[in-house]
Design a protein around this ligand. Structure first.
Ligand code: AMO
Length: 441
């Protein structure tokens, strides 16, 4: 009987399958050991690993093929499942037939121990780097988090939208935007779906979300910035205050972390000992002014009315962990000078805004707030930020024909993964990271 790949069973199932029968498996060669008339090949697929034994006296052809195998070659094996005390997991496959589907050259990186290769080289060889189960787990977890976010939004009345990433004007402040040539006109890559998610609310969808790419011409080399990241955005109409938006962000982020932990607990325990697996019942909320005071008491001086530096965020994370026993905290009422034009200011205190950041283990993972929905005020705010209201005409028009009070937030997916798992660099949480130097692969 010829081996057919359609008969293939996932390796993990062999540990519950009936022994004594023949099975077909296929995957990558994890290791090969040649012992004279015996060759031991560990085969790995996405579900697990099993040892295959090729014996000269069972099938000389399979034995010959096995002897020539190199690590990471792709093989298909037909053989009998047997109990074996010596084998990993207590079972092995005795090969009747081995087909070499693709032979691997000597490997340029160590795929069993990610710490043996510097990150830049790992990323150059990303397809091999991801053969490492630890590295692969990061993306299983990321996918689960995105799935959980979608589920949360869908069950809380949010409509998924898909907005354009080619835009006519920057939204989040001028400098960090990529210019592109759009036929004969200048254009930009969207830094955020900000204005379009507001459009979704005002157009009558009331609650919208999007999980999609955001582009930032971020020239700095840091462990927390990418030039392209996945933004989990939400926007909701008819809110009483930005507290409603924080409740939503809390709901999404909690469901992302809980879903990942519940589905991948074993992998998280094995590969990410530093992970946070539980979030508090309610995320503490402190104002920026309280944050300044807490920081000052801890010897970190932040100018009143200034944004928090990454150093101050880190320190604040530590303080909150100590004072509130929480790895996560909302900081509210950011100063107006640190927020974009669309932010609503405090009515009685316009130097401060009705906005927030969410810090997780001392790093900002989300930003949000209530938006200014009064036409005249918004127009003035655009001017005050040094922008030209004419570039925003289509946007401003939305506020002349019935715009409900609304607010929303943007959550950085890679940052949530990074902080949940305790990864040292955001690039590890991005399949194909882009930074000022990296465009390939
Ligand atoms: P902001 O610019 O703060 O807000 O971005 C929101 C969240 O996106 C993530 N993020 C990044 N992640 C990786 N690399 C980057 N260069 C990067 N820049 C931002 C962070 C951040 O908290 N329109 C608003 C959101 C809103 O108010 O709805 C905005 O984009 O996790």
């Amino acid at each position: 009987m010829a081996l057919r790949l359609r008969d293939r069973v996932p390796i993990e199932r062999l540990f519950e399958a009936e022994p004594g029968k023949e099975y077909v498996i296929a995957g990558w060669v994890d290791t090969v050991r040649v012992h004279g008339k015996l060759v031991f090949v560990v085969v790995r697929d996405r579900s697990g690993k099993i040892q295959v034994v090729a014996k000269k006296n069972v099938s000389e052809e399979a034995w010959k093929t096995a002897r020539e195998l190199t690590p990471e070659s792709v093989v298909a094996v037909r053989g009998v499942l047997v109990e074996s005390k010596a084998a990993l997991g207590g079972r092995e496959i005795q090969a009747r037939e081995i087909v070499l589907l693709n032979k691997a050259d000597p490997l340029p990186i160590d795929i069993h121990d990610h710490t043996k290769t510097v990150l830049a080289k790992r990323l150059d060889w990303r397809f091999l780097d991801l053969r490492n189960p630890r590295n692969q787990a990061i993306f299983l977890i990321e996918a689960e988090m995105a799935r959980a976010a979608r589920e949360w939004f869908n069950s809380n009345g949010f409509v998924e939208i898909f907005t354009s990433k080619i835009v006519g004007a920057a939204t989040e402040g001028g400098a960090e935007v990529f210019s592109i040539v759009y036929f004969d006109k200048p254009a930009f890559l969207a830094q955020s779906p900000q204005l379009y998610k507001q459009l979704g609310v005002i157009a009558g969808f009331e609650r919208v979300y999007e999980i999609g790419p955001a582009f930032r011409a971020e020239p700095h080399h840091t462990t927390r910035h990418l030039t392209e990241y996945t933004s989990v955005d939400l926007e909701m109409g008819f809110i009483d205050s930005y507290e409603d938006v924080m409740d939503a962000v809390e709901g999404v982020v909690r469901s992302m972390v809980e879903a990942a932990v519940s589905r991948y607990r074993r992998k998280i325990e094995e590969f990410f000992p530093d992970a946070v697996t539980k979030l508090p019942q309610r995320f503490p909320r402190i104002t920026m002014r309280e944050a300044y005071k807490l920081l000052e008491q801890a010897g970190v001086k932040v100018e009143w009315g200034e944004d928090l530096s990454s150093e101050a965020e880190r320190k604040l994370g530590e303080i909150v962990e100590k004072e509130y026993g929480s790895p996560i905290v909302f900081v509210t009422e950011y100063p107006w000078n640190a927020r974009p034009f669309y932010t609503m200011r405090k009515p009685d205190d316009p130097e401060w805004t009705l906005s927030f950041d969410l810090l997780f283990r001392g790093l900002e993972i989300a930003t949000g707030g209530q938006r200014e929905h009064r036409y005249e005020v918004l127009r003035k705010q655009i001017e005050e930020k040094g922008l030209n209201p004419r570039s925003f005409e289509w946007y401003l028009n939305m506020f002349r024909y019935g715009a409900p009070p609304h607010g929303g937030a943007g959550i950085g997916l890679e940052r949530v993964v990074m902080q949940t798992l305790g990864l040292p660099n955001i690039r590890e949480a991005r399949l194909l990271p882009r930074d000022p130097e990296r465009l390939v692969p």
